[in-house]
Design a protein around this ligand. Structure first.
Ligand SMILES: [Zn+2]
Length: 86
């Protein structure tokens, strides 16, 4: 996948993540932007997708502790990867 297109739809606009976590209401949209930036940095440096433990460290550094919030960010990214070819 082209790193520059990550998180963008076919018109070039950002895919929209819910602003708040569905379960606890924590604001996660701004953390998601930083999460994708950190993932893009890893891809550019290593030429591969970030591994699970690297994603975990990014979320820890962002202060996303509760697993309800972490699943919002991780599952949203997975959805983009699934939808992108279509
Ligand atoms: Zn939450």
């Amino acid at each position: 996948m082209v790193p520059g297109l990550r998180g963008r739809n076919h018109t070039g606009d950002s895919m929209i993540i819910p602003v708040r976590c569905f379960s606890c209401g924590r604001v996660i949209a701004s953390d998601y932007i930083r999460f994708t930036e950190a993932c893009t940095k890893i891809i550019n440096e290593t030429g591969r997708e970030p591994k699970g433990d690297e994603k975990a460290k990014i979320l820890d550094d962002l202060g996303v502790k509760r697993y309800c919030c972490r699943r919002m960010i991780l599952s949203h990214k997975d959805l983009i990867d699934e939808v992108m070819p279509y």
